[in-house]
Design a binder for this molecule. Sequence first.
Ligand code: G4P
Length: 541
Amino acid sequence: MSDIAISTDAPSQPPSSLAHEVARRRTFAIISHPDAGKTTLTEKLLLFGGAINLAGQVKAKGERRTTRSDWMKIERDRGISVVTSVMTFEFEGLVFNLLDTPGHEDFSEDTYRTLTAVDSAVMVIDAAKGIEARTRKLFEVCRLRDIPIITFINKMDRESRDTFDILDEIEKTLALDTTPMTWPVGRGRDFLGTYDVLTGGVRLLEGGGAKTGAAEQIAIEDLGKRNPNLDVAAVKEELELATEACKPFDLEAFREGHLTPVYFGSALRNFGVGDLLQGLGRYAPPPRAQDSNLRKVEADEPKMSAFVFKIQANMDPNHRDRIAFARLCSGKLTRGMKAKLVRTGKNMSLSAPQFFFAQDRSVADEAFAGDVVGIPNHGTLRIGDTLTEGEDVTFVGVPSFAPEIVRRVRLGDAMKAKKLKEALQQMSEEGVVQVFRPRDGAPALVGVVGPLQLDVLKARLDAEYQLPVDFEVSEFQLARWISAEDRKKLDTFITTNNSSIADDVDGDPVYLAKNEFYLGYTRDRAEGIVFSEIKDVKKVA
Ligand code: G4P
């Protein structure tokens, strides 16, 4: 175990200075496959942060949910949250911003985009299931940004897979080194607690194990006295093996995204959550420098800068407003300040920035780099927009992701085609769906990664533009951005495949394929053409 001189306390800058505020922030998301325990873990993290009255409301169900949030009919009808929320809590002098990543039916591109606004992520894995499809996908998005990952192996109170097997699976399928920070003692019904690799004691599931702190730990030798059935020698042997076999924790490798510290626990039993939170505070990075088209912007620079990673429309039916969720990259935002929208060069007044907590919101008087604020606007702000105090920098890359579902939009009234074109342009700028315009003049296609996005599009086209539409299954199922070093090659490819080429919202060419087979067939024969699943706007000079 390497010696890490990091304090969980707020760093030593003068209190309330910008550097101090920035250094004590940890902005993170939880990535997991549905049902691994993300919601339960979120609630328990909030409990640790003292937000006790709010824990339990994270996934309010049924009636309670309907009365709390009724901004949109589909949300009411389906009883799910379409709203990305930010949960802020304090623990041991640090400010944690937990950005919610919609995961079940509400999985969408917003889930991916949220990951561009965090500095680290907690990967929750069901101990019986290991790495599942969605986790893997979200992990890949994190890897694009070299986001450090802390792993929480959940549901240790139930039958689980062999611990070495799970670690091996993480290493092999994600190409990520692992360092267990705790180690389970017993499994399933015999799960007693976890061994703390750093301190060498065992924290018991029963009897105060929920909290952190050395006081609750007991020595392995004493375990046998409390649990006569326990084979202490076997436990010791496994721990020795684990210590020998596993790599020591390496902060740099973790921060670069090559190694993940692993914690074991049970979110439901509130066990291991404190260890995880302490780990986050200790190892997860404070707000990182962000790439822009001109330079790296450091978080503790005095001037405010931010980028928009999500737009939420009509959150409140009484206001019919749009909220742009912006991640602050540097400096301090103060209510009432003017900010420059770099894309248009115009100033806008940040007169009512807001903080969100689950479904609630409040006015933000000030916020610091690492924080996320909601900025009400009437369509001025788009996904990927940069706000600054005057400098013409643009943050790079809120990426677009190849859709998993492609549909053709069918409009009842052909006279309204122009209006539909404008509406779709607006919707794609807001990130509701992606729009692809076939070069052969066929009606537009829309692409999404989660089916709910189509429902949102339909509801909004109807409510805001009086455009009732339907979606048809298209002959195309897949879309890939195409590029080539040799411009001529790209032009030739486009001409040859004209009926399968479309333009995205920025006019970039996209190849449409009927299925994987066709895509593979074309790709094999298109020498020099790159087919990308992710459009990442890298404009670093
Ligand atoms: P998600 O947000 O990742 O989809 O998962 P969620 O927290 O909703 O958990 C999924 C199910 O797993 C829930 O049960 C939850 O109680 C259970 N669960 C979460 N953590 C643990 C754990 O550490 N141990 C055990 N044994 N179970 C856990 P459910 O019955 O599907 O939902 P609910 O009706 O209890 O909410």
